[in-house]
Design a protein around this ligand. Structure first.
Ligand code: ATP
Length: 264
């Protein structure tokens, strides 16, 4: 199980004369095992959307639901991967991945085999005993993703997870995440500034308006990805070279540019 529903969700920060409307009537459905990316102008409320699903921020109008239940607080059914890697510096890679499983109360044997599986899945086997400071940024983010995946949450919330990586590492991580998403599909809500990243990774891309944010348009990438057989292309640059990719990317760029123009 893993669905997310925004139903006319609104968010006002603060109250009285200083009140600030960040979101207005956000409506969006993320279906079970679907990967949805949200793009939008800076400050339109993307992170606020994710934080509401995570249970870090309450909605001030409308509803946000996970598996049909209103979100009222953070919970083990939702795992969050942030831009900053947020690993425990005093724990090894394996211990970092194991941490959430301990909280879940799983017995040691089961924890170990899950951690081994996660290390293998993310190509981290030879770094199991390393500490975060001994790893590159890309490796650290791999650990953060492995840690979230191993918990098998109903939904995975990712806020610019590759935003702090250099361009080359970012590409490698995008390819890895696509591979992972195909091998072990999960319900993912992914926030990004990168239009190309969104088109490459997501089944659907939700475009937001400028502040106060609403969903302006939802673009179905999956139908085109499947029709055009992007998954048969190994490298991101080959996918990005296809006419169908360029067409979608340009469409989303134009839509975002309209929003930027509207704020002048
Ligand atoms: N805790 C808060 N209190 C008051 N205002 C806030 C708070 N958090 C966010 N905001 C404001 O709400 C708006 C939306 O913020 P949010 O971070 O959700 O946007 P975003 O689309 O993710 O931004 P960016 O693209 O720049 O990362 C911004 O104008 C921000 O300043």
């Amino acid at each position: 199980m893993g669905s997310i529903r925004f139903e006319n969700a609104g968010k006002i920060y603060g109250s009285g004369p200083g009140a600030f409307q960040a979101l207005q009537n956000v409506t969006l459905d993320v279906r079970e095992k679907e990967f949805v990316a949200i793009v939008g102008p800076s400050g339109c409320g993307k992170t606020t959307c994710l934080r509401m699903v995570a249970g870090f921020e309450p909605v001030t109008s409308g509803r946000v639901m996970v598996n049909g239940q209103d979100v009222t607080a953070p919970g083990p059914d939702r795992a969050v991967v942030f831009q900053q890697f947020a690993l425990f510096p005093w724990k090894t890679v394996a211990e970092n991945i194991e941490f959430g499983l301990r909280n879940k109360g799983l017995p040691k044997g089961e924890r170990q085999s899950l951690v081994e599986g996660a290390l293998q899945l993310m190509g981290l086997e030879s770094h199991a005993s390393a500490y975060p400071h001994q790893l590159s940024g890309g490796m650290q983010q791999r650990v953060a993703i492995a840690r979230a995946y191993v918990l098998d949450p109903a939904v995975l919330l990712m806020d610019e997870p590759f935003g702090a990586l250099d361009a080359q590492t970012r590409v490698v991580m995008q390819e890895e995440l696509v591979r992972l998403a195909r091998v072990q599909p999960r319900t993912v809500l992914f926030i990004t500034h990168g239009v190309e990243e969104a088109v490459y990774l997501a089944d659907r891309v939700a475009i937001m308006t400028k502040r106060p944010g609403r969903i302006k348009e939802v673009v179905d990438v999956r139908a085109i990805r499947e029709a055009e057989k992007w998954d048969s292309l190994e490298r991101i640059e080959d996918v990005m070279d296809t006419e169908s990719f360029i067409h979608l990317r340009t469409h989303i760029w134009k839509s975002l540019r309209e929003e930027k123009g509207a704020s002048k």
